[in-house]
Write a protein that binds this ligand. Structure first.
Ligand code: NAD
Ligand code: TYD
Length: 347
């Protein structure tokens, strides 16, 4: 089976590619990635010479190129993760999100529609999305698969739009599709613009920890390898034309999470208790900041037996170990353009 994975040199995509290449030696895994600031071939160094793995550098926004790949490699499955993925960047530059997340997704759908040419047997287009499409929860309640879409950021609006296009191609052209909407991921290889890796990097370097607003925002956190396992399972066993929510059953207020990170890092780095917490700095809030995300992941548990396998305690320990020992990786991704981004985002 020839499978196209898009965005495989990014955070979640690299874990998905590693899992598929390792677990399915009889599949050919094609990783298509434009290698934007968020894509990094270092993320897949350990499997890059595997016989069933091919990296293709390219942009999902280029229709002729995408069509030619579908013709050349006769993909039977697509697992689509390529995206602009950071809310703060979407506030500064929404158009980049429209281009990749909306136009890029429609280009891929078109290629699947044209090249598969209604021969949809044993084909599958799997679109990876986010719980952020559902908007914000109040203090109670959970997002289910039937919660109405209500996106608040340019990022979530672009992901919601791409979800709608995927579903529309299913309804209109019969394209066999599947969508999953996952909560916040954390773990090795996450770019240090997102909360956990940004704060770990800043703690290591004794830099201020910029908590937006009062820090009373809540997110549900899932270890990235559990997400990759869910994607593997859904790609193989999920129902066509269905949506699945994936989450960690693991809600944390930002400020509590940041204090936990500080305590754990003080222990890890042999610093005195309270040292890292003194780096916490409350900064201007993110515009349109969603108060709370929380996922009801009972459908995937009921239908496919998936549930998180890595406790938050264990996942954080692995993540902290990884960021503490992969200094070179961190230095590489935080040099050059990262500095410009950082100064703009945290003036
Ligand atoms: P990421 O930003 O780490 O990686 C995105 C990858 O896409 C990068 O390798 C980048 O080079 C590539 N890419 C960007 N634009 C491209 C283009 N035009 N053509 C080809 N490649 C391009 O993102 P991530 O956190 O790994 O997220 C992956 C997917 O999962 C995204 O679709 C995101 O919306 C979704 N998601 C993320 C989370 C999370 O917590 N990070 C949660 C739920 C869903
Ligand atoms: P983030 O990791 O950007 O994920 P998302 O916005 O997609 O949930 O942010 C997680 C939470 O942390 C969110 O409530 C915003 C907050 N946050 C900060 O307080 N400071 C920061 O510097 C960042 C990047 C995020």
């Amino acid at each position: 089976m020839n499978i196209l994975v898009t965005g495989g040199a990014g955070f979640i995509g690299s874990h998905v590619v590693r899992r598929l290449v390792t677990n399915y030696p009889n599949y050919n895994i094609y990783n298509l990635d434009a290698l934007t600031y968020a894509g990094n071939l270092e993320n897949l160094k350990d499997i890059e010479s595997s016989l069933n793995y091919t990296f293709i550098k390219g942009n999902i926004c280029e229709p002729d190129f995408i069509n030619s790949l579908f013709i050349k490699h006769q993909f039977e499955g697509v697992i689509h993760l390529a995206a602009e993925s950071h809310v703060d960047r979407s506030i500064t530059d929404p158009m980049a999100f429209v281009m990749t997340n909306v136009l890029g997704t429609v280009n891929l759908l078109n290629a699947a529609k044209i090249i598969w040419n209604k021969n949809f047997r044993d084909k599958r287009f799997y679109h990876i999305s986010t719980d952020e499409v559902y908007g914000s929860l109040g203090k109670t309640g959970l997002f289910t698969e039937t919660t109405a879409y209500d996106p608040n950021s340019p990022y979530s609006a672009s992901k919601a739009s791409s979800d709608h296009f995927v579903r529309a191609y299913g309804e209109t052209y019969g394209l066999p599709y599947l969508i999953s909407n996952c909560s916040n991921n954390y773990g090795p290889y996450q770019f240090p613009e997102k909360l956990i890796p940004l704060f770990l990097n800043n703690i290591i370097n004794k830099k201020p920890l910029p908590v937006y607003g009062d820090g009373n925002y809540t997110r549900d956190w899932l270890y990235v390898e559990d997400h990759a396992r869910a994607i593997d399972l859904l790609f193989h066993n999920g129902e066509n034309a269905e949506t699945y929510n994936i989450g960690g059953f693991n809600e944390w207020k930002n400020l509590d999470l940041v204090k936990l990170l500080c305590r754990k890092m003080d222990e890890k780095l042999g610093r005195s208790p309270g040292e890292s917490e003194r780096l916490i700095t409350f900064v201007k809030d993110r515009p349109g900041h969603d108060l709370r995300y929380a996922i009801d992941a009972s459908k995937i548990k009921r239908e496919l037996g998936w549930e998180p396998s890595v406790t938050f305690e264990k996942g954080l320990e692995k993540t902290i170990d990884w960021y503490s020992t992969n200094e070179q990786w961190l230095n590489n991704v935080t040099s050059g353009k990262y500095k410009e981004y950082y100064e703009r985002q945290y003036p």
